[in-house]
Design a protein. Sequence first.
Length: 194
Amino acid sequence: MSEPMGSTADLLHARIADGRAVLAGLAALAEPVERAAALLADALLAGRQLLCCGNGGSAADCAHFTAEIAGRFLRERRGYPAIDLTANHALLTALSNDYPAADVFARQVAAFGRADDVLAVFSTSGNSENVVRALETGRAGGLATMAFLGQGGGRCRGLADIELIVASEATARVQEAHLLLYHTICEAIDGRLA
């Protein structure tokens, strides 16, 4: 039996406190965030593209991140190529029907990715097999890779050129931190892309 939770207001205050602690810890990621911003801006300005993949809430982060690049963030500017590998339902269902589900992103990275493109993966646990395989395929194809991870990085740790590992075991807090990280990257490159 679960313990009584208290009021919703109490829960909100507790989650705000949790969030503050996680967000404060992101200061330790300043150097890899700076490298991620430089890598992405250089690639886009050189005519390369961003590919993104992740599952569930992380798929939503892929949609959000690619929208900020293909659309715009704060400044008016032209759009840059950014592909959300979670968005094409016909392709996703065809691939998961015809191939192992764990290859659903790797096959797209192989199909759409070119050397020096950027692959950004999102996984709150770092253990998603389809994300691991996407990273492996990206690296083998010469793509630059960045990984937004949580919970110590899981199996993805050590597979990406740039790792942004949020120090939290709580999926929701990791996702909230990932949003702040990729928004920071978007804001950092906004002037260069404009």
